[in-house]
Design a binder for this molecule. Structure first.
Ligand code: NAD
Length: 505
């Protein structure tokens, strides 16, 4: 594979150091067992580096460290303003190391470098946002009877575990770490086994910024072992998972016995609704990004494109022509639009769904295989794929493929479009393409999803909540909503009257 931009020296240095350690209690330590696991480059399937493979024993160590850090008065009673300053410092350090982090993320995840750079930029802003938001944690003074004075406090939950998937490792790590720390919790990060590198870098940034030891911990290891041990540990107060819906259901059950707080950001099968009055050129441009960004490995991918029958043929023609122009290649190369999928397993999963689509009678318009280019043969590449004439009941329209596969579903009128959009067990995102302002609001209210984007897609802001209805999750990331979800609410009631209520004895 040819590359026009080789990794810079700091990245080579970082990888050469082989960060085989866990961050526990402010120190980099080996897994107790000494075990390590390989981290691969999905563009070549070569080993990038080895990292520590934590198990239940390490889970116990890290929870103890995070618990004692929570009880450490230096952190427990640190003012929101000071916590904000630390988060702001973390933002500055991420900004300083932005290029290095983006390159490591690209090598580890396979996402094109321009996307990794965008991710890092939003992480800087995420830390800045929560640095300021920490000061908004004030409570209320409800209008209780006049012989009482009541107020509410938002207090940290305690030890929070952030479990992160492999598709947006750095960004999703920040979505969990920044609000949890802003609210005064301590955090244990469990990155996905395939993509732990940027989380480990953030651990060092936390130390460099001056977080007290044990406030931010990072443990790498398999979800079913160390993840599960963390999720069931009695001293853990909250688990925030981003991952598959099946993993979310498992975490919910694991958390039940301890009545732990949970946030779940799970899968999706999100629709774009293209009405006949839409700007088709814009709708096609955005639909390409909405399914082929990150090679379709996005929870909010608009994998179902519902198109009105009047514009269907023109839409599919332009969409497929432009999809065919997307350049697959080495993700570190700035000319690349689409990198590899994360793993050979993921290629197999996508291939399986393509066969399902064909057998269900959908029309394969383009793609449907790995590329012929011999320079891509070692990596996990898959061509941009479009199925047309898809019926919404088909497996390819109902199940999350998590790859570069779009299903185009024709519709006749607005009611049918809304019915099809909602005919899914998921409810994460959606897009509406129309120039009719009344239709915008009518349709937006009827869609059962946590996000509706109108004449755009994928615009996530750190200020706005993100999450799903139905099987797409529980709770919200980002915005003040996420900050509040890392707090317990306490009611303090002060009696101001003369004679306290009690038994008349
Ligand atoms: P996954 O569910 O396989 O893994 C997610 C994380 O959970 C990993 O860190 C994994 O090690 C851990 N894990 C797995 N089993 C566990 C267990 N029993 N106990 C504790 N931890 C466990 O998901 P993935 O394949 O890494 O990511 C892809 C999925 O994530 C897709 O379904 C996608 O839609 C979803 N996702 C959702 C959002 C969102 O915001 N809604 C964002 C990104 C990804």
């Amino acid at each position: 594979m040819t590359s026009t931009a080789e990794p810079s020296t700091p990245v080579q240095d970082y990888l050469a150091q082989s960060p085989k350690k866990l961050l526990i209690g402010g120190e980099w330590v080996e897994a107790k067992s000494g075990a390590v696991m390989e981290v691969l480059n999905p563009a070549t399937n070569e080993t990038l580096v080895q990292v520590a493979k934590a198990d239940e024993t390490d889970a116990e160590r890290v929870v103890q460290a995070a618990q004692s850090a929570f009880e450490n008065p230096e952190w427990r009673w640190m003012s929101a303003r000071e916590r904000g300053h630390l988060l702001y410092k973390m933002a500055e350090l991420v900004a300083e190391r932005a290029s290095e982090i983006a390159q490591v993320e690209t090598l580890n995840v396979g996402k094109p470098i321009f996307q990794a750079e965008d991710d890092v930029e939003t992480v800087v802003d995420c830390f800045r946002y929560y640095a300021g938001a920490a000061r908004l944690l004030g409570g209320k003074t409800p209008a209780v009877p006049t012989d009482f004075f009541s107020y509410t406090l938002h207090e940290p939950i305690g030890v929070c575990v952030g479990i992160v998937p492999w598709n947006f490792p750095f960004q999703i790590t920040a979505w969990k770490v920044a609000p949890a720390l802003a609210a005064g919790n301590t955090v244990i990060l469990k990155p996905a086994s395939r993509t732990p590198l940027s989380a480990l870098m953030l651990g060092q940034i936390g130390l460099d910024a001056g977080l007290p030891p044990g406030v931010l911990n990072v443990v790498t290891g398999p979800g079913a072992e160390v993840g599960q041990a963390l999720a069931t540990h009695p001293a853990v107060g909250k688990i925030s998972l981003t991952g598959e819906t099946a993993t979310g259901a498992k975490i919910m059950k694991l958390a039940a016995d301890g009545i732990k707080r949970i946030s779940l950001e799970l899968g999706g099968k999100s629709p774009s609704l293209v009405f006949p009055d839409a700007d088709l050129n814009q709708a096609v441009t955005a639909s390409l990004t909405a399914i082929y960004f990150n090679a379709g490995q996005m929870c909010a991918a608009r994998s179902r494109i519902l198109v009105h029958e009047d514009v269907h043929d023109a839409f599919v023609k332009t969409l497929s022509e432009r999809a065919a122009q997307l350049r697959l290649g080495n993700p570190i190369d700035r000319e690349t639009h689409m990198g590899p999928l994360i793993s050979p397993d993921q290629v197999e999963r996508v291939s399986k769904y393509v066969e399902i689509g064909k057998s269900e009678g959908a029309r394969l318009v383009i793609g449907g295989s790995r590329p012929d280019d011999p320079s891509l043969a070692q990596g996990n590449f898959y061509l941009p794929t479009i199925f047309d004439c898809v019926d919404n009941s088909m497996g390819i329209a109902q199940e999350e493929i998590f790859g570069p596969v779009a299903s185009v579903i024709p519709f006749r009128d607005e009611d049918e479009a809304i019915r099809l959009a909602n005919d899914t067990s998921y409810g994460l995102a959606s897009s509406i393409w129309t120039t009719d302002v009344k239709r915008v609001h009518r349709v937006a209210r009827q869609i059962r999803a946590g996000g509706v984007w109108v004449n755009t897609n994928m615009t996530l802001f750190n200020e706005t909540p993100f999450g799903g209805y139905k099987a797409s999750g529980l709770g919200r990331e980002l915005g003040i909503e996420s900050l509040m979800s890392y707090t317990e609410v306490k009611h303090v009631s002060v009696f101001l009257g003369e004679s306290v209520r009690g038994f008349k004895l």
